[in-house]
Design a protein around this ligand. Structure first.
Ligand SMILES: Cc1cc2nc3c(=O)[nH]c(=O)nc-3n(C[C@H](O)[C@H](O)[C@H](O)COP(=O)(O)O)c2cc1C
Ligand SMILES: [Mn+2]
Length: 481
């Protein structure tokens, strides 16, 4: 099932008993976080806070907060379908079976559906406020005690490349500075910041529009690590197999998702910066205050009865972990296209996606693991990965016990570890200076004579099939169950 907007998804979750309504009045300052965090840590449902102190609209949160809901949001029944479902385009084999050919054709068809469809009338513009408005009328959360203020946490920030005219849509949290102004926390490595730097060069303020809500695939797409120049709204249409409807914003030259709940329109002034943060972040730590551009809102458009979408981030697992895991599954086929020797990748949620990648490969030449480590550091947002650990293909990288056992037993630290310097995620707090520092590659594969290992690599202990069969047959006789 493909959803057209946030409320369709909310209704669906409610039908499936995966959404709970909270009718008691709740404070968006810290109280929403404490409730949602407890629910997140239990693997609990999505929440709709119907009565929020100081605001007329409800808050929807934790919508993506489980493997099941994440899969549903993408129109799938099961999380394990993600890799297969979105890899059709990459099948180039001429000997494909008929079924595969049909799947590939379906994907081509879907690609042709990816261009957003412009409409004239849109639910997100039922009400237009271009003079009197205040962000303080919206149920914007203060998430954690040391946060520097209230933050919009699930925004789809749309800007345009001033040269090519292509739109980018990224999710960057926004600190509320006053009624009409927020921070614009696009990390220097992300595409919003690229567009901003282009605007600075041209000396022209950068228009921006921020969608709150929209269909869940569109929301997810703002978090997807697409290469610069690939438009997230096209990608969302591809994933949905149905174009995203867009409408011209009222005061800026941007197309925004027509079925969003709320749109903030405005601009980022060239060279203007303000201290933003601290903010309790994905890592489970606060990201510290730093200078970021400022977003000036010129107009708010919205539905008559908007639902305010939010999320909280903090110590994993949280809602964003399931979005990250969906990305891991969705992009694995694309990574394999460039690095076909990769069998599987696990980005453990405790590694918060940029800290750790566990990768199994079909090793076929000396130092093959190092090639993979270096390749990962050159691959889109994988470049931030602080620890890359490479295993032989028989290792199940999804099994933490197996991973730790293999790594600790197989690695000779003086031979198998490489430490290099390079860009790090802005959220990394371990390096001496922000945004760059050391990263480690660990080769946990079995070592070959050609790699200088002159001893005999021991066999793993395995019982003989004959004895296993015998014990299977006699199991009842032993009286152990
Ligand atoms: C809940 C959530 C909050 C995020 N907050 C930020 C943020 O404040 N700044 C940022 O640069 N990226 C943030 N990200 C990550 C980006 O959305 C993600 O890297 C995305 O691919 C960036 O898109 P872009 O490459 O088009 O800039 C966040 C992701 C999620 C899921
Ligand atoms: Mn982008």
């Amino acid at each position: 099932m493909i959803f057209n907007d946030l409320r369709e998804f909310i209704d669906f979750l409610e039908d499936k008993k995966e959404l709970v309504r909270i009718k008691k009045e709740i404070d968006p300052i810290l109280e929403v976080t404490e409730i949602t965090d407890r629910i997140s840590k239990k693997g609990g449902p999505a929440l709709l806070f119907e009565k929020v102190k100081g605001s007329q609209m409800p808050i929807a949160i934790n919508l993506f907060g489980s493997y099941k809901r994440m899969a549903w949001s993408l129109g799938l029944n099961d999380f394990n379908e993600i890799s297969q479902r979105f890899s059709g385009l990459l099948k180039t084999d001429l000997d494909m079976k008929l079924k595969q050919k049909i799947e590939a054709l379906l994907d081509l068809y879907k690609l042709s559906k990816s261009k957003p469809k412009e409409v004239k009338k849109a639910p997100c513009q039922e009400i237009v406020k271009d003079k009197e408005f205040s962000l303080f009328n919206y149920p914007i959360l203060k998430c954690w005690p040391d946060d520097s203020g209230r933050f919009i946490t699930l925004p789809l920030v749309i800007t345009k490349d001033p040269e090519s005219g292509k739109q980018n849509m990224g999710m960057y949290r926004m600190q509320v500075f006053d009624e009409k102004t927020t921070g614009m926390h696009w990390h220097t490595h992300h595409d919003g910041a690229v567009n901003y730097r282009k605007a600075v060069k041209l000396g022209k303020r950068l228009e921006a529009a921020v969608a709150l809500g929209g269909d869940p695939v569109t929301i997810y797409s703002a978090t997807a690590p697409l290469p610069y120049g690939i438009e997230e709204l096209f990608f969302a249409g591809y994933l949905r197999g149905k174009p995203v409807e867009v409408v011209k914003a009222k005061t800026v030259d941007l197309l925004v998702p027509a079925k969003a709940e709320i749109i903030l329109e405005g601009y980022v002034e060239v060279g203007e910066e303000r201290i933003e943060g601290p903010f309790g972040d994905h890592t489970g730590y606060y990201s510290m205050a730093a200078n970021y551009p400022v977003f000036h809102i010129t107009c708010i458009t919205q539905r008559k009865d908007p639902i305010y979408p939010a999320t909280i981030v903090g110590k994993p697992p949280m809602e964003d972990c399931y979005m990250g895991k969906a990305t891991e599954r969705m992009f694995l086929p694309f990574i394999k296209m460039q690095l076909p020797e990769i069998v599987d990748i696990n980005l453990p949620i405790e590694g918060v996606f940029h800290n750790c990648a566990l990768i199994s490969i079909k090793k076929s030449y000396p130092m093959h693991a190092r090639k993979i480590i270096n390749a990962i550091w050159g691959l889109g947002q994988m470049m931030f990965t602080k620890f890359v650990v490479v295993f032989d293909d028989e290792v199940d990288v999804q099994n933490p016990s197996e991973v730790v056992w293999k790594a600790f037993n197989n690695v000779d630290p003086s031979r198998d570890i490489m430490v290099v310097e390079g860009p790090l995620d802005v959220l990394d707090h371990s390096s001496n200076r922000p945004i760059y520092g050391a990263k480690m590659g660990i080769d946990a594969t079995k070592k070959w004579p050609e790699e200088g290992y002159q001893r005999e690599w021991p066999n793993e202990i395995q019982m003989s099939e004959k004895i296993k069969k015998l014990v299977d047959e006699r199991w009842k006789e032993y009286g152990l169950e």
